[in-house]
Design a protein around this ligand. Structure first.
Ligand SMILES: [Zn+2]
Ligand SMILES: [Zn+2]
Length: 250
């Protein structure tokens, strides 16, 4: 059988997606892509799995389907810390997200908040972002960092190659390499090629993710796959939970 990419990051009605798990599997398969489901598991996302019991029930449904069993956990939230090893070990892979960044004074900036604190500049923000990424990589037992270039709403019109200076990129990929966490090439929050190439050069595995929420979006890996190939990654070296496994439960 020829190689087929796997979409490591997609959402269903278990969180904020539009499709049932069964419909997601059929839709992604029709694209020639292997499906997995990674719904939000967080107290801090409006539509999400919000308890240990909800995560257990979700996994029980996914186990009846031919699909990768993931979840997207917020680093700043506590739910991932509450899951017992018996539940964590049922995932084929776990995805971690920086949906909020610690500013160092005890406050947090959320990626979807409208207004940023007075006095916060993009440079100060980015330094805090990289420091938060380093803490995430040290502490969070996940396999993939979702959408590494997701930024607060008000910074999304700024050029990401300038916000992500080369020294900041180097710190981020060093942290991921040390932890053994893959760098997601997101179709939704698209990284710039220099950052992807730097991750690959540092030995960080790359993962493909649609971050799809609708039938149009799930399994759409054209951009992520083209980006991985453009930086010289062999298809077989892309993160595949069924080949490379998941990090041990701590
Ligand atoms: Zn996310
Ligand atoms: Zn997502």
């Amino acid at each position: 059988m020829s190689w087929e990419p796997i979409d490591c990051h997609a959402h269903t009605v278990f969180s904020d997606g539009a499709l049932t798990p069964e419909a997601l599997v059929a839709t992604v398969r029709a694209r020639g892509v292997r499906p997995s489901i990674a719904d939000h598991a967080s107290h801090d996302v409006a539509s999400a799995l919000k308890s240990v019991d909800a995560v257990r029930d979700y996994l029980a449904v996914l186990e009846t389907l031919p699909v990768g069993r993931g979840a997207e956990f917020c680093w700043h939230d506590t739910l991932w810390r509450e899951l017992p090893p018996s539940i964590v070990s049922q995932f084929t892979h776990r995805v971690g997200s920086l949906h909020a960044i610690a500013l160092g004074d005890g406050s947090w900036v959320h990626m979807f908040q409208r207004h940023l604190p007075d006095g916060l500049t993009p440079d100060l923000y980015m330094d805090a972002h990289v420091a938060t990424l380093e803490a995430f990589a040290r502490e969070m037992p996940v396999d993939i960092l979702a959408h590494p270039t997701l930024l607060p709403l008000s910074y999304r019109t700024l050029p990401i190659e300038e916000l992500w200076t080369e020294p900041r990129e180097a710190r981020a990929v060093a942290a991921l390499a040390a932890a053994g966490i893959a760098f997601e090439i997101s179709n939704r929050y698209r990284p710039h090629a220099r950052f992807v190439a730097r991750a690959h050069a540092a030995g960080v595995r790359l993962a493909l993710g649609s971050d799809g929420h609708t039938a149009d979006q799930v399994g759409d890996l054209a951009f992520p796959l083209a980006t991985a190939r453009a930086v010289g990654v062999d298809d077989a070296a892309l993160y595949d939970p069924f080949v490379h496994g998941s990090r041990p439960v701590h």
